[in-house]
Write a protein that binds this ligand. Sequence first.
Ligand code: FES
Length: 106
Amino acid sequence: MTKLTFVAFDGTRFDVEAENGSTVMENAIKAGVPGIEAECGGACACATCHVYVDEEWSPAVGEPQAMEEDMLDFAYDVRPTSRLSCQIRVSDALDGLTVHIPERQG
Ligand code: FES
């Protein structure tokens, strides 16, 4: 199991034990983290699972693929550490990952 931390826009922290191979988005939905809508169910087709990867974790998480980058154009308040959480797969390398939830989606 890999530990993930979601920080909601109001500062509330959600610590989650995530299974390797699942996506960060799936774990946010399961834990009821407010602000993650994931309307397309993880198909990289809605941009409502937008998160900001904690700066410290950005190198480990890596850059978005071209398709994700195109979808990010539809997200609200995109920043250099923006990612679509359905496109981040949980692995041991991400143990302790922290992501921040934007003020709103879309
Ligand atoms: Fe739709 Fe991530 S859930 S793009």
